[in-house]
Design a protein around this ligand. Structure first.
Ligand code: 5GP
Ligand code: ZN
Length: 137
């Protein structure tokens, strides 16, 4: 896509600190890392959200994510969060599918990752809504 910043990075029209590249995927350092070693992995195919990718592109993307995350774990000798924002409501700022690999230095490091657990409620209604939507796909 002509105006997409991540498509431009994948085509090397915009420079980036390239970590990995293959036929389907591209990985580079985030320009504003939330932790040292923060990598972004993208498909070369343009799509805004994960479910809009072709099977070939999503399979290639997951392979690259596994490869780069294994390398990050080995290089930095620590665990990592894998984060994928879909839609502006979820904090997506660049509308080309991407996964963040965020190396962690303990649960109280600089990445303020919170998991505000609540009591499960309305489960029958939620499951019904999801099953109805799944039946339409
Ligand atoms: P999102 O909020 O969409 O999941 O994250 C987008 C990420 O892309 C941000 O972490 C931001 O720092 C990164 N980013 C945005 N523009 C560029 C760029 O031009 N180069 C690189 N390397 N990263 C970028
Ligand atoms: Zn794009």
């Amino acid at each position: 896509m002509d105006t997409c910043i991540f498509c431009k990075i994948a085509r090397k029209e915009i420079p980036s600190a390239i970590v990995y590249e293959d036929a389907h995927a591209f990985a580079f350092l985030d320009i504003s890392p939330v932790s040292e070693g923060h990598v972004i992995v993208i498909p070369k195919e343009h799509a805004e959200k994960i479910h809009q990718l072709s099977e070939q592109a999503s399979n290639g993307l997951i392979s690259a994510i596994k490869k780069v995350s294994k390398a990050a774990e080995s290089a930095f000798k620590t665990g990592f969060n894998l984060l994928n924002n879909n839609g502006k409501e979820a904090g997506q700022a660049v509308f080309h599918v991407h996964f963040h690999i965020i190396p962690r230095r303990g649960l109280k490091d600089e990445f303020k990752y919170e998991w505000p657990s609540k009591k499960l409620e309305h489960q029958e209604q939620i499951v019904a809504e999801l099953k109805k939507a799944l039946a339409q796909t």
